[in-house]
Write a protein that binds this ligand. Structure first.
Ligand code: F6P
Length: 319
């Protein structure tokens, strides 16, 4: 193995840059030529390779987003798109590809490996919805961003004695909602992994109200419904003045947390070592504090599981 390439794909996540840095620097440390692919799989099909040196990843460890840019490519889902990408990799004499992204990106990487090309995945998404790892790169920063935002909203909630419904990202997973909801002491946390029981939400609000609590925070994961649907239902049943904040894409931005930089650095270096050891079609993960790797196919078979003990903890603490 002499030449390797790295790309970022799908929604960007804080920590992708330190992961790119780790891939490039570990690759060079191991005597490889490293190339970056711009604009994810879309760029791969066009042969958008750029040579990376030590300086090309200088001063990025603390930056959000991805210096390689990212894309969600429909064309790469097709057989023709995949063959085009393989041709470009072969023309550039690349021997291995590292893909930083979510499960959709790994399905793409798997297609290349099925066609004989070595690929390794690094989980990079704020959603934390990937099997085979306890944490994805970007999740910790996103949770911290949400917590910071809700702490600010709480000031207004308390000053105006209002109920606030905060809608957070996470696609079909409730991890961001659960972790941030627990960390801000939300009265209710609404996640796709649990039935949304409006009677329970209202009962908890009224119970708080009775003991003099005049403001409340409810966190809802986008995978359940829109925040304003919850707000409308609350206002109609309780008469409490309720407002909605949709945090949106600010959850994907910002300087990566120390934890995200740490796992990005570990996973990036590990991906290079796995390629050099002859692995392909596997994703790097962090399980119980240990770096592991598992086949894409295996990870795809199992559904990501949220730690429901945190949900019950949050409920018991916000009575
Ligand atoms: O997967 C990351 C994520 O931010 C999800 O939480 C969200 O549902 C989705 O991407 C939004 O995608 P887009 O930026 O393409 O609108």
């Amino acid at each position: 193995m002499k030449k390797v390439a790295v790309l970022t794909s799908g929604g960007d996540a804080p920590g992708m840059n330190p992961a790119i840095r780790a891939v490039v620097r570990r690759g060079i440390f191991q005597g490889l030529d490293v190339f970056g692919v711009q604009h994810g799989f879309e760029g791969l099909m066009k042969g958008n390779f750029i040579s990376m040196d030590l300086g090309s990843v200088g001063d990025i460890i603390h930056r959000g987003g991805t210096i390689l840019r990212s894309a969600r490519s429909e064309r790469f889902r097709t057989e023709e798109g995949q063959i085009e990408a393989l041709q470009k990799l072969n023309e550039a004499e690349i021997d291995g590809l590292i893909v930083i992204g979510g499960d959709g990106s790994f399905r793409g990487a798997e297609k290349l490996t099925e066609k004989g090309f070595p690929t390794i995945g690094i989980p990079g998404t704020i959603d934390n919805d990937i099997c085979g790892t306890d944490y994805t790169i970007g999740f910790d920063t996103a949770v911290n961003t949400v917590v910071e935002a809700i702490d600010k909203i709480r000031d207004t909630a308390s000053s105006h004695e209002r109920t606030y419904v905060i809608e957070v990202m996470g696609r079909d997973a409730g991890d961001i909602a659960l972790w941030s909801g627990l960390c801000v002491g939300a009265e209710s946390i609404i996640i796709p992994e649990e039935v949304c029981d409006m009677d329970d939400i209202v009962a908890r609000l009224e119970q708080g109200n009775k003991r003099g609590k005049k403001h409340s925070i409810i966190v809802v994961a986008e995978g359940v419904c829109r925040g304003d649907e919850i707000a409308k239902a609350i206002e109609q049943t309780t008469g409490l003045e309720t407002r909605v904040t949709v945090l949106g894409h600010l959850q994907r931005g910002g300087s990566p947390s120390a934890f995200d930089r740490m796992i990005a650095s570990q996973m990036g270096a590990k991906a290079i070592d796995l390629l050099l050891d002859g692995h392909k079609g596997v994703m790097v993960g962090l399980k119980g504090g240990n770096l592991i790797h598992s086949p894409f196919a295996e990870a795809a078979k199992v559904q990501h599981k949220l730690d429901m003990s945190l949900y019950h903890l949050a409920r018991s603490l916000s009575i």
